[in-house]
Design a protein around this ligand. Sequence first.
Ligand code: NAP
Ligand code: MG
Length: 341
Amino acid sequence: MPAKVYSDKDADLSVLKNKTLAILGFGSQGHAHALNLKDSGLNVIIGLYEGSKSIPVAQEKGFEVVRTAEAVRRADVIMVAIPDTKQPAAYDKDIAPNLTKGKALLFSHGFSIHFKTIIPAKNVDVILVAPKGPGHIVRRQYAEGKGVPALIAVYQNPSKQAKKIALAWAKGIGGTRAGVIETTFKEETETDLFGEQTVLCGGVTALILAGYETLVEAGYQPEMAYFECLHELKLIVDLINEAGVSGMRFSVSETAKWGDVSVGPKIIDASVKKRMKAALKDVQSGKFAKGWVQEYQGGYKKYQALLKAGEKHPIEQVGTRLRSLMPWMKKHSVKGVQAAY
Ligand SMILES: NC(=O)c1ccc[n+]([C@@H]2O[C@H](COP(=O)([O-])OP(=O)(O)OC[C@H]3O[C@@H](n4cnc5c(N)ncnc54)[C@H](OP(=O)(O)O)[C@@H]3O)[C@@H](O)[C@H]2O)c1
Ligand SMILES: [Mg+2]
């Protein structure tokens, strides 16, 4: 049976009226949920730790910012918008001691609950509202009158209101404008990790770099390689996003279509799928989560080194120069988007 897709008419924002909503963290997800909920007419406060660099950012957007523990004390619904690896310490120190009966704890990714790095108190609702998109796009689309599709899940429900709260929250951030599906913490966590590793973030960036390097190493101009393998990707993906794979094929030339169907599957072949299955297994078994928590505990050394190496790739210099020639990119640049809204 196809999954039920909830829309605006299935969600009642009044469930959250007269309640205090606390967002702990004001980063990618936190700022988007906070601003969208505020614009939906709800009462939002921000919880941050002493000295957080996000404090002035949230204050500048007109939010009341209090310490994490106080935000938990004052709120009825508490969203944990802190990085996954840092959530357990914040839970033990600031959240758990103030999480009294009847409150609801809300996540936008199921990592901590599913992998049990947080064992929540039994007398609170534990819910998930996970937009299927990066935080800055969740904000941008809401401001444009659109919405990013979202998932909801209920892990525990002592109030018997958990699903209503999750649906109302999803409506408040614009998710029900696009469509909301109910899932479980397990399914959301495993599919989200698999997707970001193998297709969305990991897979697509590795594909771009491999294509760029192949062209540059063969003597083509780096600017050509950038336009071909990075810039144009969005234009093609927009078509796929709007009309599906076959819809995209409708727009490209016959020659492109033939190259697509005859060469593509030789590049992304059965060996890729085999490695995808291995990556999925590591997600399901908890091996990936364990390694990531260890990486955090060891001070993020490998993580930082790999990110730095990525920043040094020649495609970044070429891209910075070419994007600076397209003024509309600046208006929408993700790094500047918090300031823009
Ligand atoms: N990024 C996304 O688009 C996305 C998409 C779906 C789900 N999620 C989920 O959303 C959650 C948050 O991720 P994110 O990417 O939004 O994080 P992020 O951009 O790194 O922002 C984290 C925020 O938490 C603050 N913070 C750190 N420790 C804190 C503490 N102890 N108490 C209060 N605030 C604290 C940080 O403050 P500082 O500025 O001082 O560091 C920052 O404002 C994660 O569960 C993630 O899996 C994210
Ligand atoms: Mg994720």
